[in-house]
Design a protein around this ligand. Structure first.
Ligand code: AOF
Ligand code: ZN
Length: 370
């Protein structure tokens, strides 16, 4: 199953909004086939493994990170392939939350006399597809807030200089996240300050859809984002109730430059909950929130954040006017803090990456329902 998890990762950035899935077939203690779900709409992991068999899989055991499907989708049911090939024992990482499957894959196999063991490396299998598990239920993107800060909690010096907070390895890791997430979101403040590209700059990277929260459409026509909008999709989200004729004209100009405009209600800026529903409707299953401080505060307040990735550099820069990762008013009492659970900490060069799920009732239900 560990090998199957590794194989599944090969699909990262290519399977959305479907899951990453890996499969290994074992006969008499030897691996006779491996496969994974390579890209959206392509063969499922199990069928790729059958295609790669080096010998007859009859009587073999099959390990798969997600319950085999039993529905006719873009491909015929994997349960049929498993039965046709005479597999005798299937080890499943975790159940499929897709209502079309939802335990029926496992049931059908058992009804046909195949032994099925469920829950091998379950936590790892769930975690790998946390985006899929969230999106298929909620139809809104799974959202991760990412920031890099110094050890004294600053995302930039008091001058605004932020190049670079963390070292090369940590920055490379962020590009892996950009590959994994289908959207990347920032506020207009960040765009005006940094003129960023928000693309994925690693070998075999996949660029996320770029989403800018910009209630009054202040994004400059000559910004790098707008100039590249025809090559890498760019969505600008505005708060239409705040617009005058000038903003309506700017919306037309941006659209003519290849920018997609999404309109949300709200007189206090972009309504993030509405935006998330719209993005979900567009098939965007995940969003990496890359700030800055103001957007991070609004996102936490709106309750749209599910995970945090904090990259922490062993540097002290001080300055009471140097910003931290989350602005806004803040909470008054420690007991009201937003809490994280399932914490993981990695070292990247000299920096740390701490990640955890935002603790909410909904998150708890999500992890227990599967
Ligand atoms: C995948 N790859 O390896 C597995 C999936 O539209 P379809 O026919 O590709 O079916 C997609 C559903 O199939 C998906 O939502 C999930 O429930 C199930 N399993 N999907 O794309 C795979 N095993
Ligand atoms: Zn399948």
């Amino acid at each position: 199953m560990r090998r199957a998890l590794e194989l599944a990762e090969n699909g990262m950035g290519h399977t959305s909004p479907n899951p990453m899935v890996g499969c290994v077939i074992v006969k008499k203690g030897r691996i006779i086939a491996e496969g994974w779900h390579e890209y959206y709409g392509g063969l499922h992991a199990e069928r790729n493994a059958f295609k790669n068999c080096t010998e007859d899989p009859a009587g073999a055991e099959l390990y798969v990170t997600l319950e085999p499907c039993c529905h006719y989708g873009k491909t015929p049911p994997c349960t049929e392939a498993i039965l046709e090939h005479g597999i005798k024992h299937v080890y499943v990482g975790c159940q499929d939350p897709n209502p079309k499957v939802g335990g029926n894959g496992i049931r059908i196999l058992r009804e046909h006399g195949v032994a099925v063991t469920v829950g091998l490396l379950k936590q790892e299998c769930l975690q790998m597809n946390e985006i899929f598990f969230h999106y298929i239920r909620e139809k809104t993107p799974f959202t991760a807030m990412k920031y890099a800060m110094t050890l004294d909690g600053k995302i930039a010096a008091f001058t605004g200089d932020s190049r670079w907070v963390t070292g090369e390895e940590a920055r490379r890791d962020v590009h892996l996240l950009r590959k994994k997430y289908s959207g990347i979101m920032a506020g207009i403040g960040t765009v005006l300050a940094d003129d960023p590209m928000l693309n994925c700059r690693i070998e075999e990277g996949v660029d996320p859809v770029r989403i800018i929260c910009d209630s009054r459409l202040r994004i400059p026509m000559e910004s790098r984002l707008v100039r590249t909008a025809r090559d890498i999709p760019l969505i600008v989200a505005g708060a239409e109730e705040l617009w005058t004729d000038a903003e309506h004209r700017k919306a037309e100009q941006l659209e003519a430059a290849g920018v997609r405009i999404l309109r949300t209600p709200g007189r206090d800026g972009v309504d993030l909950s509405s935006l998330m529903r719209q993005l979900g409707g567009e098939g965007i299953d995940s969003v990496l929130l890359e700030g800055g401080a103001q957007l991070n505060a609004s996102a936490l307040k709106a309750g749209i954040v599910h995970r945090v990735y904090a990259y922490i550099a062993p540097k002290l820069i001080g300055g009471m006017n140097a910003k931290g990762p989350v602005a806004g008013e803040g909470i008054a009492r420690m007991k009201d803090a937003v809490l994280l659970s399932d914490i993981r900490i990695r070292t990247l060069g000299e920096d740390l990456c701490l990640t955890g799920r935002i603790r909410t009732e909904a998150a708890k239900e999500e992890s227990e329902a599967v």
